[in-house]
Write a new protein. Structure first.
Length: 150
């Protein structure tokens, strides 16, 4: 699958998810609307950026060579995403998110899967989830899904 095509499809997927969030949360008002709106904006902008990037790349791609698709990664990421969504209510958003992001970083790592790569992946996942905790729970006071651990 050429990168231009995957960017366009991914961008359209982001836009579809943003539209679904908007549709599901259109009755929300006040502070409960802050997180969904922010999420919709970021997903929408990211989707548009991917679509336009895909169109730009499609114009540049002259050769129609077959690209290698790492199906093992596709299956692993899909399975990890499904398990992540199912575990959030049981374990909690923060713990599950750190583990999920760590697993994704390790799956997507082209190189650096050794100790250094694991430390970087753990620092990235912990830092990102810590930032989400700080912004949404502490500053905006928007609750996140809770479970047995947080």
């Amino acid at each position: 699958m050429r990168r231009s095509f995957s960017d366009i499809v991914s961008g359209l997927g982001f836009l579809a998810v943003a539209a679904a969030f908007w549709f599901a949360g259109r009755d929300l008002t006040g502070i409960s609307r802050v997180f969904p709106t922010g999420l919709e904006v970021f997903l929408g902008l990211g989707g548009l950026a991917l679509v336009f990037n895909g169109i730009r790349l499609a114009r540049k791609e002259a050769a129609c060579e077959k690209e290698f698709i790492a199906w093992n990664r596709v299956v692993l990421i899909t399975a990890a995403s499904v398990i992540y969504v199912l575990l959030i209510p049981l374990v909690g958003f923060y713990v599950t998110s750190v583990v999920f992001l760590f697993i994704l970083a390790m799956i997507l790592a082209e190189k650096g899967k050794g100790r250094k790569g694991m430390v970087q992946a753990l620092a990235f996942s912990g830092g990102l989830v810590g930032l989400i905790w700080l912004v949404f729970l502490q500053i905006l006071q928007v609750p996140t899904p809770s479970g047995a651990l947080f």
